[in-house]
Structures are given as structure tokens and as C-alpha cells.
Design a protein around this ligand. Structure first.
Ligand code: TYM
Length: 332
């Protein structure tokens, strides 16, 4: 029997190379290798509003991500592509799962801790309860696998705990999902500060590559990426974190092993290595951007999202009806 694979991306900031390598590229690869499986992928716009968003920008980014999923190579016939806020059951289940999640569990989430340290005033309560909504996104569709980058692993562990807790109390109901974290590229680092995760939240920065960057920007950012003074192409994340990150990016983009990249460039200068890497990125990203341009204004994208909404909506509706029955909510 085929498995169901579910994942989402939050429309805040721009999409980065980190999102591409850690998440989107995995979706595409899985879809190629797992012909039996179903793919439910969505734009997590409800998650975006845990921090203040400009409405017009939020709407644009939401559609951008939907178009980018397809532009990066997801097969439209095999993907249930939808927008989270268009399926109201996510929030409904999110509340129910909050009622099965403990304060202490949410307080331990490192993403919440990091964000709340950066932003010590005006922390919304939804930023705190966010992992319960994320659990709902996954459990609503009985996901078997959830492909994500390393930073989401803790949220997945919590999702599994919540599912098990619910199942233990109410009887088997939710599929307990497993994270799928890529072997190479699960945590792409900032190009300027290679001890920090590459993040889409810092706008106008040399630290990340946006999937929308043009050729000149890609080349400039790779050229100025921080390395070290050892002048030796070697994979050593402790002593050469900047270079290790670039090697990881190269290996992932080319679908090669890290050792293969190291072997190929072991006698090269950093400059040659960086030039080749920049070119590989240009060769990957520019065709994606062309497809994105065709899709973003198309009726086809709207039709795909309508269809995704219908399929996901029907599944969610049925699951929630049963869920409420289990819990004893409503009259029957
Ligand atoms: P988000 O939008 O921050 O990131 C989307 C995906 O990209 C991965 N990612 C990275 N991978 C490698 N290196 C990086 N530097 C990097 N930055 C981001 C993330 O791990 C993620 O897989 N809460 C989620 C969105 C979400 C979700 C879900 C995911 C909401 N509901 C249900 C899976 C299932 C988030 O904020 O991801």
C-alpha cells in the first residue's frame, strides 16, 4: 500500500536555498522514487501570522510558494497542493491538539525559545501554540512521512508524542508520522555566519540565496561567502564551517556525495570551487525561475489549488467528523 507524505512551508520572507535543499528538493526526489505514494503539500499561511505580516505581501508569498513547488519539479498530477487557511479543519484540530499538549512541552521548543529571545516584546500566543497547529497539519491527513529540514525535527517529535497521547486515551485514531530528514543538506548554514542557519527572515542579506535571486546576485553571494585561511578543500564542519556548508550545497545540488565533491576539488583553489558552485546554482535556479514565471500568472495554478482544496478538504472534513465523535464533542 502506498504511503502518504505531508509537508508545508510557511510564507514568511523569501524562499531560500535552505528551503529548497532541506525540503522542496526532497519532495521532488521522493516523488520520483516512490510512485505508490500520495503527496499532500501545502502553504502554511496560518503559521505565517504568528508574527505580523503585511496582507498583500502575505497573499503574494503564499501564491509564490505554491508556484515554486511546481516550478521545482513536483508533478501536478500526483500532488495535492493547497493553502492551509482554505481548509478550516487545520485550526479546528489545532485547538483540539492544544488541549492534548502541555505547557512544558511547548516551552521546550527551541524554535519558540530562539524567536522569543530575538523579539522580547509582542510575542503572540499563537507563536507559542504553533507546534500544536503544525501537529494538526500532519495528523489531519494521517501522514506516514513528513519530509523536513533538521530545524523541524523537534516539532515532529512533539507531533508524535501528541498523536500517541491521543491514541492512548481515545483509542487508535491518528497515524503516528515519521520525519524524513535528508542525509545531506538538512541544515544549510548562513553564507556569512556559517554557525547560523540560513534563514529567510533576514531580508537584504548576503547570508542567504533566495530562489528568486538573479545570476549576478547568486554569483556575488557565493563569491563573498565566508571561508577560511587554510586554503584546502576539505570537509570539516568544525574547523572549516563555511567551506563545509558550500560543499554540502554543491553535493546536494548535483546529487553527489560530499566525498565526491571533495575528491573532485581537492587540488583546486577556493576561487575555482566557488565559481563552479555558483555556476551549478545558476544552472539549477534560473530554469526554476522561468517555470515559476509561467506558472505564477496562469489559470493552471489556480485550478491546481482549487483541486487541492477539494481533495484535502474532503479528507479533512471526514477526519474531523470522526475526531469529534471520538472526543464526545457535539451531539453525535
Ligand atoms: P519553514 O517554512 O521555516 O521551512 C520550510 C522547510 O524548509 C526547511 N528549512 C531548511 N532546511 C535546511 N536548511 C535550512 N537552512 C532550512 N531552513 C528551512 C524546514 O526544515 C522546512 O522543512 N513549521 C514549518 C512549516 C510547517 C510544516 C507543517 C512542515 C507547518 N506545518 C507540517 C511540515 C509539516 C516551518 O516553519 O517551516
Amino acid at each position: 500500500m502506498g504511503k502518504r507524505i505531508v509537508s508545508g512551508i510557511k510564507p514568511t520572507g523569501t524562499l531560500t536555498l535552505g528551503n529548497y535543499i532541506g525540503a522542496i528538493k526532497q519532495f521532488v526526489k521522493l516523488q520520483k522514487n516512490r510512485k505508490e505514494d500520495e503527496f499532500f503539500l501545502f502553504v502554511a499561511d496560518m503559521h505565517a501570522i504568528t508574527t505580523r505580516q503585511v496582507p498583500a505581501e502575505l497573499r503574494k508569498r503564499t501564491l509564490d510558494i505554491a508556484a515554486m513547488y511546481l516550478a521545482c519539479g513536483l508533478e501536478k498530477e500526483r500532488t495535492v497542493l493547497f493553502i492551509q487557511s482554505e481548509i478550516k479543519e487545520h485550526v479546528e484540530l489545532g485547538y483540539i491538539l492544544q488541549s492534548n499538549t502541555y505547557m512544558g512541552e511547548l516551552e521546550r521548543m527551541t524554535q519558540y525559545k530562539d524567536k522569543s529571545i530575538k523579539q522580547d516584546t509582542s510575542i503572540t500566543s499563537s507563536l507559542f501554540t504553533y507546534p500544536a497547529l503544525m501537529a494538526a497539519d500532519i495528523l489531519l491527513y494521517d501522514a506516514d512521512y513528513v519530509p523536513v529540514g533538521e530545524d523541524q525535527k523537534q516539532h515532529l517529535e512533539l507531533t508524535r508524542d501528541i498523536a500517541n497521547r491521543f491514541n492512548n486515551f481515545y483509542g487508535d485514531f491518528f497515524t503516528v508520522p515519521e520525519p524524513l530528514i535528508p542525509e545531506v543538506g538538512a541544515r544549510i548554514m548562513d553564507l556569512q555566519e556559517p554557525n547560523k542557519k540560513m534563514s529567510k527572515s533576514d531580508e537584504f542579506d548576503k547570508g542567504y540565496i533566495s530562489l528568486f535571486d538573479d545570476e549576478a546576485a547568486i554569483k556575488r553571494k557565493i563569491r563573498s561567502a565566508v571561508t577560511d585561511s587554510l586554503a584546502k578543500i576539505n570537509y570539516d564542519p568544525i574547523n572549516q564551517p563555511g567551506l563545509a556548508n558550500l560543499i554540502t550545497i554543491f553535493a546536494s545540488i548535483k546529487d553527489l556525495e560530499i566525498a565526491q565533491i571533495v575528491e573532485k576539488y581537492q587540488n583546486s583553489t577556493y576561487q575555482t570551487f566557488k565559481e563552479d558552485l555558483a555556476q551549478a546554482l545558476v544552472d539549477t535556479l534560473i530554469p526554476i525561475q522561468k517555470r515559476y514565471q509561467e506558472l505564477i500568472k496562469s489559470q493552471e495554478l489556480q485550478d491546481i489549488l482549487d483541486q487541492g482544496k477539494a481533495i484535502a478538504g474532503e479528507y479533512a472534513f471526514k477526519k474531523m467528523r470522526k475526531c469529534k465523535q471520538k472526543i464526545g464533542l457535539g451531539r453525535k
